[in-house]
Design a protein around this ligand. Sequence first.
Ligand code: UT7
Length: 329
Amino acid sequence: MSKIRATITAVGGYVPEYILTNQELEKLVDTTSDWILSRTGIKERRILKGEGQGTSVMGVKAIENLLQKRGISPLEIDMVIVGTVTPDMVFPSTANVICDKIGATNAWGYDINAACSGFLFSLATASKFIEAGTHKKIIVVGADKMSSIINYQDRTTCVIFGDGAGAVLLEPTTEDFGIMDSILKSDGSGRQFLFQKAGGSMYPPTQETIAKKEHYVFQDGQPVFKAAVTNMSQVAADIMERNHLTANDVTWLVPHQANKRIIDATASRMGVGSDKIMMNIEKYGNTTSGTIPLLLWDYEKQIKKGDNLILAAFGGGFTWGSIYIKWGY
Ligand code: UT7
């Protein structure tokens, strides 16, 4: 019997309307548009405004876009996995909320917290349920409302992050397409460089944690940058080698959008030219779990059946990884 693989059969995305420009940030913190652009590659990012508007709002819109494109009903969905560090609430999971909101009453699911690698970890997990033959249609969402945990008085983080959501549908195939391989890594000793200190069980919310601004993202940029360059490029090179892919065989590098300089370093290590790099950091910034599915959404029309895509990410945790996809449509 031929091997069952999980293949992406549809992509959806959503970014909020509000555009936070570098010029607006110049008025909030001591920064310049030139600094932001030259150090990160970001021009603007999207922000989800409005009371009671959580990550699920964007996830739902991305899924509705996907279902409409694929022409299927939410009742056909078996499972929803959501990569996010900004769930609507601590519990229940945003996947549960999304299933209810879209009417996916036959689905079950859960959230995966792997910071900026959240979408890759979720995609790899979902692919195993397809390969096992137990699930036929799984939606994988990468969504984050980073503006809910960003201090807009901290210039080291507020210039980087934005809000957005992307979603893909995974279905089985016995053809030689789909998710071909994945390498995923984590190293908890990196947790000191990128984290949100309070709000969990170690430091539950108090007036003091709020006064000390501990419910916001803390990032020590330099060590994260160095670890990102080293590990993201290494894991992308490893997956190419393991699958006997040369730079010529790679059609697209689909990298997490944290910093244009990290992306360029990864591409250079892989030997991949800039024409093969998917990039949208200039308009969305770093949407954490949202970056990679939003790239697939933005570039969908340019991807052809049989194209070799190398997805790669690095993020808080530390977490990192790479997935090799042979595009199926
Ligand atoms: O997605 C999850 C994983 N995250 C990442 O991969 C992010 C990795 N890190 C980075 O992308 C970069 O480290 C940052 C973009 C966060 C910072 O860029 P950098 O080139 O590493 O800057 P730096 O932290 O070394 O700071 C250089 C200078 C400092 O000033 P002094 O000490 O040289 O006087 C900072 O205070 O730039 C200053 N600075 C800023 N200046 C203007 C830091 N942020 C800003 C700012 N505007 N927004």
